[in-house]
Write a protein that binds this ligand. Structure first.
Ligand SMILES: CC(C)(COP(=O)(O)OP(=O)(O)OC[C@H]1O[C@@H](n2cnc3c(N)ncnc32)[C@H](O)[C@@H]1OP(=O)(O)O)[C@@H](O)C(=O)NCCC(=O)NCCS
Length: 239
């Protein structure tokens, strides 16, 4: 059975965020067209003017494109196998573990705000997280850790990594623009990959926009290889 949920897109009350569980997996099959049409009508009846989806594998995006959705973002999927070691790059930046176990207390409100501030400065308002999507990202995997890089007592970058079974995920990585090209992301990614490897993951996966040259160069430098299928975020204006 396919389950989906709807909430406002971060920082935009008129755009719905349709999260389809498991739809990033290559095997996902969406319900038939009449049911998908019911989803669209229901979201429209709640007053939203448009709807944007979570990242979808091709098997899930095709049926929605036939219903008038168009691609809003094309994502490349990259995977690093852990049969090679993590490159231990020379680091100018120390990384600090913020939280390790979901059962313990969560990051403080001030820390979450600082992380969301870095996220907004790196991704811009349109694609940045709000508190609710940040919390959802924490719940998306069985285990998670956030590493932050601090300079002069200010958070300049963070990475959210997750682990489910033997798979590691880089869920989010962002560095404040005025701290970029100084090795911050390299230091964060090294910590995240050391952690996923220490949890006996066989591989770690990440996705990024197909035009994001900085991120693609970073991941390739760390030994990530592009998978043969990507993901799409779709969008549709509602009647
Ligand atoms: C992608 C991002 C995290 C890189 O952070 P950073 O701290 O500047 O990265 P680093 O300084 O550690 O750079 C490591 C390598 O990444 C690549 N890289 C980083 N920025 C780059 C750029 N603007 N253009 C091309 N390559 C770049 C280079 O290979 C670089 O190695 P080099 O400096 O020896 O050439 C940062 O640009 C960012 O936050 N961007 C916006 C958010 C984002 O795209 N997040 C990742 C999406 S999943």
């Amino acid at each position: 059975m396919v389950s989906a949920r709807v909430r406002p897109w971060p920082h935009s009350d008129h755009k719905a965020f349709l999260v389809i569980n498991g739809a990033h997996g290559p095997e996902m099959q969406l319900p038939d067209e009449p049911i998908l049409n019911t989803w669209i009508q229901t979201i429209s009846s709640w007053g939203y003017r448009s709807v944007r989806t979570s990242a979808l594998a091709p098997s899930a995006s095709s049926p929605l494109e036939r219903l008038g959705f168009s691609v809003s973002q094309s994502l490349v999927l990259l995977q690093k196998s852990h049969d090679q070691s993590v490159p231990q790059l020379a680091m100018n930046h120390s990384t600090h573990l913020v939280r390790s176990l979901p059962l313990l207390s969560r990051p403080t409100r001030a820390t979450i705000d600082a992380i969301l501030g870095v996220d907004a400065s790196a991704f811009g308002t349109e694609w940045s997280l709000d508190t609710a999507t940040f919390e959802e990202a924490l719940k998306a995997t069985r285990h998670w850790r956030i590493f932050v890089s601090r300079a002069e007592n200010r958070i300049d970058g963070f990475v959210l990594a997750g682990v489910t079974q033997s798979h590691g995920f880089i869920q989010r990585l962002a560095v404040r623009p005025n701290a970029q090209r100084e090795g911050v992301a390299s230091a964060l990614l090294t910590s995240a990959l050391n952690w996923t490897q220490s949890r006996r993951c066989t591989n770690t996966v990440v996705n990024t926009d197909h035009n994001n040259e900085a991120a693609l160069a970073l991941y390739h430098k760390f030994g990530f290889a592009t998978l043969d299928y990507g993901l799409s975020v779709l969008e549709k204006t509602l009647p």
